[in-house]
Write a protein that binds this ligand. Structure first.
Ligand code: ATP
Length: 236
């Protein structure tokens, strides 16, 4: 579904991504782990067209998308739930969700009702649909960010730190829901600081270190890898 080859990206003179190679097959959950500033968000930004690659290719379903705009990519089935949620606090839950389907509004009448799917996954969002998003709890705002990303009926969903700042029971719930979204046929690239949970959920994973892919492989192998345990899993 997605093949990134020799991707390099910069912020002025900061070389954020250095020759990244990464592949995702249809139906997979792939996690991308690494410490602060390793380049996880930048990788998602490049895929989504928010950060321009300086060199390399990003092939999505056979076509190089490295020069495509974010709105076009949403129309083609890629969607991002961004780090820090980025909900519009003054808009209602329903208005936030509606914004997620904006670039696919022409074709949505042909597919399943996007609201009912999101409401089924996140009943709390249905209960709170008239409430301002800024008044939701952190967990609810995370549900809203993921729900909004689903409104465009994506085939590839990019999730940036969905567990950030959430209580442990909510983290478990969010991960269960990610699994369910994947069961519904959505391919997922999951960026996480919570390496332990991410590796338990995903089939394969990549480890980023200072802008480079340091390791990749089956998540179950990375979970037992000594270097990974020491660096990301608290060595226990
Ligand atoms: P975190 O989990 O802290 O978000 P990350 O792995 O997602 O980390 P990135 O946010 O992709 O890392 O950052 C990669 C590098 O690019 C870092 O050195 C960071 O300081 C730099 N960087 C990220 N965003 C910008 C920006 N808007 N302007 C300048 N430098 C940036």
């Amino acid at each position: 579904m997605l093949k990134i080859t020799a991707l390099n990206a910069y912020y002025d003179n900061i070389h954020a991504l250095k020759n990244i190679d990464l592949e995702i097959q249809e139906g997979e959950i792939v996690s991308l782990i690494g410490s602060n500033g390793a380049g996880k968000t930048s990788t998602l930004s490049c895929i989504m067209g928010l950060l321009r690659a300086q060199s390399g290719s990003i092939i999505y379903k056979g076509r190089d998308i490295s020069a495509s705009s974010p709105d076009k990519l949403v129309g083609e089935g890629i969607s991002l739930s961004p780090e820090g949620r980025e909900v519009f606090p003054g808009l209602t839950v329903e208005e936030n969700l509606r914004l997620g389907m904006y670039s696919r509004r022409d074709r949505l009448h042909k597919s399943r009702d996007p609201f009912s799917r999101v409401h089924e996954l996140f009943p709390r969002l249905k209960e709170r649909k008239a409430q301002a998003a800024g008044t939701l709890s952190g967990g609810e705002q995370q549900m809203l960010a993921i729900g909004r990303a689903l409104m465009s009926d994506p085939q590839l969903l990019l999730l940036d730190e969905p567990s950030m700042g959430l209580a442990p029971n909510l983290v478990l719930l969010i991960f269960e829901l990610i699994k369910e979204i994947n069961r519904q046929g959505v391919t997922i690239l999951l960026v996480e600081q919570n390496a332990n949970m991410a590796l338990r959920l995903s089939g394969r994973a990549y480890v980023l270190e200072t802008g480079r892919i340091a390791l990749s492989g089956a998540s179950k192998d990375l979970l037992t890898d000594d270097a990974i345990r020491k660096a990301y899993l608290g060595n226990h």
